[in-house]
Design a protein around this ligand. Structure first.
Ligand SMILES: Nc1nc2c(ncn2[C@@H]2O[C@H](COP(=O)(O)OP(=O)(O)OP(=O)(O)O)[C@@H](O)[C@H]2O)c(=O)[nH]1
Ligand SMILES: [Mg+2]
Length: 362
């Protein structure tokens, strides 16, 4: 399962978001604990299509797409050099595939801010700088190593990429923002650089900011997100907690009062999924309705392999119905009646929301 790490300064609401995403109850606190162990659990990616299909088929099991979420201790200025809880968190998030960066704009005198003031742009820069420095340190060490050894042809290639990203990092450019070729990216893969990972920004507002749709540095943050191409989501963790504690029927009323259609945490989950370039295809039946995670542009045969290697090996055809078609017609019988399902071969590139029945022979 692909994993996302939640990062940010201490006491910005990271663990609160972790709990919301994973429906767990990891401990949160009003003060900086210096606790270093990470929380880890799976998050369900909410999907209205699966809700609908589950109502339609009433299967024994309904399975949504999932991502692993890792919540680490807050980073502080100098973390990459061992300050605060130090480098430990870096190891935890190095193995993730994407980062959720939580910044605090909520006012709450009971929850201290490590820098004593609300200044999300400064906080954002602080964390980003730590990530850059951690990567730069790895790059420098590796370059030095290569220079000390006998340089083989392969290492000269690696050296060239390393020097390229070194220059980038020194100019405060993330590796993600550098346009690397596929070959270059491959040479860097084993390093699992932090600034190479896709990132989304989550602005944690208080209730008043949420209701007024206003918070400090809002325009600057939005400009920042657009300039860097980093998705930005505005959420009030406090309200999200209240929503999550209500019964389903009350949730709808409460959200209607707030003027929202779904909990904000749902859009965070989907944004993570998208930032990873992931899509879902769906299988349906009395036994189970299930979303399967694949990368964009996956061919049908490889998608079949997600379910079982036998189905990939014995692949004959994929029967594909677009979710929207089934949703509109209301039953698979009517879809078939109208001849609206397609037969696709092994090279067909599976689309998000394809409902697939694989024909295979082993
Ligand atoms: N008023 C308000 N308080 C919040 C909000 N989100 C989180 N808090 C509070 O802030 C405190 C810290 O929240 P956590 O989720 O533990 O923060 P954290 O980022 O995980 O903190 P560390 O793990 O120490 O780095 C808790 O007391 C939360 O209840 C919010 O949206 N509004
Ligand atoms: Mg925490």
């Amino acid at each position: 399962m692909l994993a996302c790490g939640i990062i940010g300064l201490p006491m910005v609401g990271k663990t609160t978001f972790f709990n919301l995403l994973t429906q767990t109850q990891a401990e949160t606190s009003n003060f900086y604990s210096g606790r270093t162990e990470a929380n880890q659990a799976a998050a369900i990616i909410p999907d209205a299509r699966i809700d609908f299909l589950s109502d339609l088929y009433r299967p024994r099991r309904t399975l949504y797409a999932q991502l692993e979420i890792i919540d680490v201790a807050g980073l502080v200025r100098g973390s990459s050099q061992g300050q605060g809880t130090g480098n430990a968190f870096l190891t935890e998030i190095r193995n993730t595939d994407a980062l959720i960066h939580v910044v605090r704009v909520f006012e709450n005198t009971e929850v201290a801010h490590v820098e004593d003031s609300i200044d999300p742009l400064r906080d954002l820069e602080t964390i980003n700088l730590e990530l850059l420095m951690a990567d730069l340190e790895m790059v420098e060490k590796r370059i030095q190593r290569i220079h000390q050894g006998k340089k083989k042809a392969e290492q000269l290639k690696e050296l060239a990429v390393l020097e390229k990203i070194q220059a980038g990092l020194e100019a405060e450019q993330t590796i993600h923002s550098l346009e690397l070729t596929e070959e270059e990216a491959l040479l860097l893969r084993s390093f699992a650089f932090l600034t190479e990972k896709p990132m989304i920004l989550v602005v944690n507002m208080d209730e008043e900011q949420f209701r007024n749709n206003r918070y400090p540095q809002k325009e600057e943050l939005i400009a920042y997100s657009q300039e860097k191409g980093i998705p930005l989501l505005e959420i009030c963790a406090k309200l999200e907690m209240e929503i999550s504690e209500l019964e389903a029927a009350d949730q709808a009323d409460f959200m209607a009062d707030l003027g929202i259609k779904e909990p904000g945490i749902h859009s965070v989950a989907r944004a993570m999924y998208q930032s990873l370039g992931l899509i879902s295809f769906i299988t349906v039946g009395e036994d189970e309705v299930r979303a399967w995670t694949i990368e964009e542009n996956t061919p049908a045969k490889a998608a079949a392999g997600k379910i079982h290697s036998d189905i990939e090996r014995g692949f004959i055809r994929a029967e594909v119905v677009k979710y929207e078609v089934l949703h509109e017609l209301g039953s698979m019988a009517r879809v078939k009646e109208k001849g609206l399902f397609r037969l696709e071969g092994k090279d067909y590139q599976v689309k998000d929301g394809d409902i697939i029945n694989f024909r295979f022979n082993v």
